[in-house]
Design a protein around this ligand. Structure first.
Ligand SMILES: [Zn+2]
Length: 187
């Protein structure tokens, strides 16, 4: 696993906020796990298949949404092919549910899994680092894209760790149009 991008106000998301992340108030609203195309994806918890290939939820070319009994929904994005699951089907934690792909459809440019955790209404994405038990401090050490967090120099300590990132409301206003920022906003 490399080229991981955390959830939140990453420097990579900041640079691409208007072209890739406008729907999520300008921040990266999931966690990216770099993996070669065709890597098996497993369900992160027990649940029921909510949607297969829901275009309105982005993360093409193929995606999958699983509703969990605790009210959260997990979204698996940029899958290489349509998952062979039906809406309403029960899945167990660890069940294979899809294969990783590449949003650019090349399998060489940036193949990765994009994982989101949303509310049941799908209008909010949560900071998944606080909901998934993993060694995020170690996982952050690998990768290059947006490894650090963009600083608002008017409030430089805000949103600087994986555990301190804001939940977002889809189609809400940008939250990272910083006036004074670092790294420099070259766009
Ligand atoms: Zn992503």
């Amino acid at each position: 696993m490399n080229d991981q991008q955390p959830y939140g106000n990453s420097t990579g998301a900041f640079v691409r906020r208007r072209e890739w992340y406008a729907a999520g108030q300008g921040i990266h609203f999931g966690i990216d796990f770099s993996a070669r195309c065709g890597t098996q994806v497993v369900a992160i918890g027990d649940g029921t298949v909510l949607k297969v290939d829901a275009r309105e939820n982005g993360s093409g070319p193929h995606n999958l949404l699983i509703a969990h009994p605790n009210g959260y929904v997990s979204l698996y994005g940029h899958l290489v092919e349509r998952p062979t699951l039906s809406v309403g089907q029960a899945v167990k934690r660890g069940d294979p549910v899809g294969l990783t792909g590449d949003p650019d459809l090349t399998c060489t440019s940036r193949p990765h899994l994009h994982l989101e955790i949303r509310n049941s209404g799908l209008g909010t994405a949560f900071n998944a680092h606080n909901l998934i038990d993993a060694d995020w401090d170690a996982l952050q050490l690998v990768g290059s894209f947006g490894r650090g967090f963009q600083r608002n120099l008017d409030d430089p300590r805000k949103w600087q760790s994986v555990y301190d990132q804001p939940d977002i409301r889809f189609d809400g206003p940008f939250i990272n149009e910083f006036r004074n920022t670092w790294p420099y906003d070259w766009r």
